[in-house]
Design a binder for this molecule. Structure first.
Ligand code: FES
Length: 140
């Protein structure tokens, strides 16, 4: 099995068994974001306590890349501070547009191939943009 196969398996695994899919009973933040190019939408619910993401769920409809990326993101940021989570999304966005990441991205590294397909970058970053929106949108 080469590295590309491992990446493919990782994406497939998150699609078949999405982590943290569903709803929180008492979210402190909830945000939805639409990918205008395809109409797919993702919803994030977060339970934040003293600046730390205690719990997170996602739901919605999307292509396999957007769903896998959301699953990987929730797994990567659960238990992290808001600043750490935002640093991760910013590094991931850099990573999928051909740049380097200065933080460990965990399973999200499996999406590196997206950088060769600019039209799929919006899929891979949908959940990440939703997280940024949740953190900057005081109305949520
Ligand atoms: Fe809609 Fe990927 S095609 S999010």
């Amino acid at each position: 099995m080469n590295l590309d196969d491992i990446y493919r398996e990782t994406i497939l695994d998150h699609n078949q068994s999405p982590r943290n899919y569903g709803h929180l009973e008492h979210p402190t933040k909830s945000v939805g974001l639409l990918n205008p190019t395809c109409g797919d939408q993702i919803q994030l619910e977060l339970a934040i306590n003293e600046g730390r993401i205690q719990d997170i769920r996602f739901s919605g409809q999307g292509c396999s890349i957007s769903m896998a990326s959301a699953s990987m993101l929730t797994e990567a940021i659960k238990g992290k501070t808001i600043d750490e989570a935002l640093a991760l999304t910013s590094n991931f966005k850099n990573f999928v547009t051909g740049g380097q990441s200065s933080v460990s991205l965990g399973d999200l590294e499996a999406l590196h191939g997206v950088s060769q397909f600019p039209s799929r970058v919006k899929c891979a970053t949908l959940a990440h943009n939703a997280l940024e929106k949740a953190m900057t949108d005081s109305a949520t």
